[in-house]
Design a protein around this ligand. Structure first.
Ligand SMILES: [Zn+2]
Length: 440
């Protein structure tokens, strides 16, 4: 029997959009590095009687991501209360979505997306030692911030595919300007759901009856290490004959292994119910079309175009496209340089290998530099004539040989003339002037 075990991985990716205000109140969305509890109001503090209102910008950015990834956009959508208790959640519930997320389906890098929904973020617990006592403080600046969650289908079977998917998603979010998707600032956070199954079952589409959720993944390195440690743990457990259970685990970098945090509650444990304080959201076709019109060319198509239109290598196209501003700079420089000599390849090469775009913030500066670098200064006709004159005087024997029928001598005379001109003579003019001089 073939018992080869295959990992089955699904991703849940949170992206904080760069909206001006939080999702259901007017407090600023950008909380990074702000003094604790300075960006709060009765709504995001969950005080009794406060009424939320939905921020259209948050909805539009969610829909924009869905449109970029080919999702079906729900024209009718609802918010739900997801009930659970935690000190960073003052209302006792998180406003989220359930059966009618804004975006359904779609794909990226060929991997299927289940849906993309919109919810609010929770506050942040800060653990400190004050007067020798360990305590936890709550910062509510992040409470109520808009948070987009993308959930993939369990379609990944290896770690490199997961990483390239997440990197591409990060790039798309930046291209369509919905978020900086910066993992260090927490504006992109990852969770991986992992289980193992026999190859035959995976092929037939049968999923295992458990999955382990790895939370709080805040870098690509961490993602790679944590997922690989969890796959190793599950493989060994199955080989020992253990039955794996549904749970949430964390990753210990020092021990390089995962540890159990809690047994995972099923969705119904949250007792979702419709958020009565927020009316259902209806999006018109023209609103959706308007959002769609703001989507620029996406990285995948830009890479292909750079390879075809500018004949760049795949590596060069990848590097330039990995930053939208850099790819725009490249195209601007190529456009400016047309007619004045630099080829697209030269521009790309000087940007990538010499980092000249860092030296010249404006593409025009780079183009000027390239023209300077590639320009050959030719000696004037007069300078050539003078050089030819002395070469003919100094090399009487060679001249006589040429006149006697040894045509090859001309190469020697050209070389001598160029030597006098320090190589700056135009080879065509030097030859002409030499022949003229010899005939005299
Ligand atoms: Zn607020």
């Amino acid at each position: 029997m073939n018992t080869k075990l295959i990992p089955i991985i699904g991703m849940e990716i949170h992206i904080e959009p760069n909206t001006k205000s939080k999702m259901f109140c007017a407090c600023p969305q950008d909380h990074f590095g702000k003094a604790p509890n300075t960006q709060v109001c009765p709504i995001c503090l969950g005080l009794p009687g406060a009424l939320p209102f939905a921020n259209y910008e948050g909805i539009a950015k969610t829909v924009k991501l869905g449109l970029a990834l080919g999702s079906k956009i729900s024209e009718f959508s609802k918010f739900y209360r997801k009930n659970y208790f935690y000190p960073d959640l003052p209302k006792g519930f998180q406003t989220s979505q359930l059966d009618s997320p804004f975006c359904v389906g779609g794909s990226l890098n060929g991997f299927a997306i289940n849906h993309i929904h919109l919810e609010e973020d929770a506050g942040k617990l800060v653990h400190e030692t004050i007067d020798g006592k360990k305590c936890s403080l709550v910062d509510f600046n992040r409470s109520g911030c808009a948070l987009i969650e993308l959930v993939t289908e369990p379609v990944f079977h290896d770690i490199p595919s997961v990483i390239s998917f997440v990197k591409e998603l990060q790039l798309v979010a930046r291209y369509i300007d919905i978020s900086g998707a910066d993992m260090e600032k927490g504006s992109m956070r990852l969770e991986a759901n992992i289980s193992l199954s026999e190859e035959e079952k995976v092929k037939s589409g049968e999923l295992p009856n458990y999955k382990v959720e790895l939370k709080n993944i805040n870098s690509f390195k961490f993602l790679e290490k944590a997922v690989s440690a969890e796959i190793k743990r599950q493989t060994e457990a199955i080989e020992r004959g253990e039955v794996l259970v549904q749970e949430t685990r964390g990753y210990d970098e020092v021990k390089q292994s995962t540890f159990s945090q809690r047994s995972k509650a099923d969705a119904h444990d949250y007792r979702y119910f419709p958020e009565a304080d927020l009316p259902p959201i209806e999006l018109t076709k023209s609103q959706i079309a308007n959002i769609k019109s703001q989507i620029p060319e996406l990285p995948e198509s830009k890479r292909k175009r750079f390879e075809e239109e500018y004949k760049l290598s795949k590596d060069f196209a990848d590097i330039l496209v990995s930053e939208k501003a850099r790819s725009d700079y490249f195209e601007e420089a190529v456009k400016l340089g047309q007619g004045s000599s630099p080829s697209a390849k030269t521009v790309a090469d000087l940007m990538i290998n010499k980092k000249l775009d860092e030296q010249f913030p404006e593409p025009a500066g780079l183009v000027k530099k390239i023209v300077e670098l590639t320009k050959v200064e030719y000696a004037s006709t007069e300078e050539v004539e003078n050089a030819v004159k002395s070469v003919l005087i100094e090399n009487e024997k060679a001249v006589a040989d040429y006149k006697g029928g040894n045509g090859n001598v001309i190469g020697f005379l050209i070389g001598m003339t160029q030597k006098k001109l320090q190589g700056k003579g135009s080879s065509q003019i030097v030859r002409e002037k030499l022949l003229e001089g010899i005939q005299k």
